[in-house]
Design a protein around this ligand. Sequence first.
Ligand code: AMP
Length: 220
Amino acid sequence: MNQERKGSILVLLGPPGGGKGTQAARLAKDLGWVHLSTGDVLREEVRRGTELGRQVRQIMETGELVSDDILGRIVLDRLAHLDKPGCILDGYPRNLDQAQFLEKAKGDRRLVVVSVEVPEETIVKRLTGRRFCPRCGTVYNVCFSPPQVQDFCDQCGVRLERREDDREDVVRERLRVYRESTLPVVQFYADRPYFRRVDGDGNPEEVYGRLKEAVETLVQ
Ligand code: AMP
């Protein structure tokens, strides 16, 4: 069986709020791959009030990491049920133990890794200004892409909300956790031939262009 038929996994690394979620969703659509955001999976569990959601809610609200065990189960389960030629992992691995786990969990799939790098102060601005519509999910930013009427969704007219973990104290904590736990993961992959760094500072269109080019050189 050749590499294409076994499928590929793209690990997208980068600080929380660096814009990689949006980029990952677009790239997955372009490539026809699955977008697996572990943060989205967990938030959905919280929203539905499941047993897992109850377990992880408080940890997520403080910006700390959920246990490797829980994440390992989510990732294994999703990889086992992939129905597309590839998968973009967005938000996993977040520490060295998860990176080691993925080495085994990936099976025969080809792994490629891109780190989208953004300065911390840009992130603080992006995250603390972020708002979303609880009805349609549209995301706004009070500095960069405000709604026409302050605090209300352009499409639904519903009052916008802020993610609990986008408060400034929590954002700073998430960035600290990123530096401490996830930067070593960037180092772990840094000298591999299937690793690229992408400058994530700039408008989303430019960043997407750079990201796509990097991924194309890796998966061709
Ligand atoms: P994100 O949307 O990727 O920033 O994830 C939101 C929150 O979900 C994080 O702050 C963690 O609490 C949790 N989370 C998501 N992915 C992971 C992971 N790979 N390991 C541990 N916790 C995670």
